[in-house]
Design a protein around this ligand. Structure first.
Ligand code: ZN
Length: 355
């Protein structure tokens, strides 16, 4: 039982079971890598390929070419139907345009139309955090929960709300940008132009900034961490701090504790606004496990408004790791697509001849 709401339940019933089992392709376009995979009806990735994300200076057409090429490679080996694309960027309310993508040359880019014209089969475009949340809800840590909030801790904070079997995308498609909620008035400067945004205190970037600042103080307690980083503050990365913390380095544990504490404070704010049943925490930083989630759960309970007089949401680890975006995009394509036809290379090549 998936815990679908009544509307979603009706819509699911409208799709024949045979369609819900069809393999589809998911494409995850990140800042450094583009990963494409064939995903079956149970959310398993049965084949995958990856390439580097084209440079930011390249035209939108170059990124489209990369996507089409990866899809063709997979379609040569698998009988696939429909493609879902998860992109690190803002996707508009009807999921046709990428309004803005910080890592790519996309500004109000009609990606859905461009790709479906070239590929000649159903294409769904979705924000990467929304896609990851959908995957966790369908196949991962959000299963059975009818009101779930996903928080993705990477270099910044992404997020999404899944309610009654739908991704709640907001009026304009931009819901879930939790990282830019202000938690410290006048606090650290954020690239978004404001100060004190949540992701300046709880993210991979925050972890690295704090670690480097500490190392710059030249205190003897940071020597082991500095040595691990090859003796230079610039050698410190998020995974390096996590590894040090796992090995018991008290400074690294403390750094993760702080990021976790701020995570819990932000989650308590989100609980005040949204009141979900479960928070699912994913993204690269969440690989620190309980070193991060333990302090987050404590801070959440301490900060939660009305504590002791209300049911409390659970705060859990994401289950699908870094393939959640790909799995979610593929599954959204499966859910939304109404026409299914096998992807055929000859049709696509005809579609790409000069018009
Ligand atoms: Zn910001």
């Amino acid at each position: 039982m998936l815990g679908l709401g009544p509307r979603a339940e009706r819509r699911r019933r409208a799709l024949p079971a045979s369609i819900l089992r069809l393999p589809t392709i998911g494409v995850d376009i990140g800042g450094t890598k583009v990963i494409a995979g064939v995903v079956d009806g149970e959310g398993r990735v049965i084949d995958r390929i990856r390439t580097e994300t084209p440079d930011k200076s390249k035209s939108p057409r170059v990124v489209e070419d990369v996507i089409v090429d990866l899809v063709l490679q997979l379609a040569d080996k698998h009988d696939v139907h429909a493609v879902g694309v998860g992109a690190a960027g803002w996707v508009d309310a009807d999921r046709s345009r990428v309004l803005f993508a910080p890592h790519l040359n996309w500004r109000n880019e009609p990606l859905q139309e461009a790709l479906s014209e070239r590929l000649r089969f159903p294409v769904v475009v979705e924000n990467d955090a929304n896609a990851a949340a959908w995957a966790e809800w369908r196949f991962g840590a959000g299963r059975g929960e009818d009101h779930m909030v996903m928080i993705t801790l990477g270099t910044g904070i992404g997020g999404a709300v899944v309610r009654d079997g739908y991704v709640d995308r907001g009026k304009y498609g931009l819901a879930g940008e939790f990282g830019h909620m202000q938690v410290v008035p006048g606090g650290h400067r954020c690239p978004c132009g404001n100060r004190g945004c949540w992701e300046q205190y709880s993210s991979g970037n925050a972890l690295v900034r704090e670690a480097r600042e500490l190392v710059a103080e030249e205190s003897p307690v940071v020597q082991p961490l500095l040595a691990r980083a090859g003796g230079t503050p610039s050698g410190i990365t998020g995974p390096l701090v996590t590894e040090a913390a796992r090995d018991g380095d008290p400074v690294a544990v403390e750094l993760l504790y702080e990021v976790g504490r701020w995570l819990g404070v932000g989650i308590a704010n989100l609980a005040a606004a949204l009141d979900p049943g479960r928070f699912v925490v994913g993204g690269g930083v969440s690989e620190a496990g309980d070193l991060l989630l333990g302090p987050a759960q404590d801070a959440f309970r301490r900060t939660l408004t009305g504590r002791g007089f209300r049911p409390e949401a659970t705060v859990v680890h994401a289950a699908l790791g870094n393939e959640a975006g790909l799995v979610g995009a593929a599954d959204l394509a499966r859910q939304v697509a109404r026409r299914f036809r096998t992807i055929k290379r000859h049709r696509i090549e005809r579609a790409t001849t000069p018009r």
